[in-house]
Design a protein around this ligand. Structure first.
Ligand code: ITT
Length: 199
């Protein structure tokens, strides 16, 4: 069966294909870009889980195929969890990763190392055309660097150093990041649910 990946974020698609293939998911994975006529859903939820479900349901309804979606972001301790669900548009322009990262670093410039805790969160949702839904979450905790390092990954990866690591997420290999990441954890937890519901 086909499974639609309800995202237009290229960084996420790359990671999801690797994570789901490594987990042995036999389904054919198709990005949302294969369905250009389906309009982007408004992310009106107040949690990662709500927004992931909104995206998955919209694609499943429109295509008649099962859809999985990711809603994710960076939650900073001293900002009480911001940018959170607003991570992709923190600087005002949706998807401008570099501007988002630069603004966040400027906002944290006075914050000392011991107060720079943060975590990535990912909600992974599955929706079927009949309205059946499941959602699971994964986290990756770490601290925020003062200057970006590394060229891998996407988004805020150059500034998050996972707990127990000396490198940022952008300095890890793709496999190393997927093994510990919020997205890896969430989607590996979703795989048995996909198998249960889709066979
Ligand atoms: P879709 O809605 O089409 O999936 P999006 O980029 O709008 O794409 P989100 O609303 O979930 O997706 O925003 C996710 C943002 O959170 C993303 O733009 C990054 O800035 C950040 N983010 C999420 N996962 C990340 C990761 O693994 N590494 C670095 N930054 C990440």
């Amino acid at each position: 069966t086909r499974l639609i990946l309800a995202t237009r974020n290229a960084g996420k698609i790359t990671e999801l294909r690797a994570i789901l293939a490594d987990a042995g998911l036999p389904h054919e994975l198709v990005g949302a870009d294969a369905y250009p006529d389906v309009p982007d859903v408004k992310e009106t939820g107040v949690t990662f889980a709500e927004n992931a479900l909104l995206k998955a349901h919209a694609l499943a309804r429109a295509t008649g195929l099962p859809a999985v979606a990711d809603d994710s972001g960076l939650c900073v301790d001293v900002l009480n969890g911001a940018p959170g669900i607003f991570s992709a548009r923190w600087s005002g322009t949706h998807g401008n990763d570099r501007a988002n990262l630069d603004l966040l670093l400027a906002q944290l410039s006075d914050i000392a190392d011991e107060h720079r805790g943060a975590y990535f969160a990912c909600a992974a949702a599955l929706a079927l055309p009949d309205g059946t839904e499941r959602v699971v979450e994964g986290h990756l905790t770490g601290t925020l660097r003062h200057t970006p390092a590394g060229t891998g990954g996407f988004g805020y990866d150059p500034i998050l150093q996972p707990d127990g690591e000396t490198r940022t997420c952008a300095e890890l290999t793709a496999d190393e990041k997927n093994a510990i990441s919020h997205r890896g954890k969430a989607f590996r937890a979703l795989v048995p649910v996909v198998r249960e519901l889709l066979g």
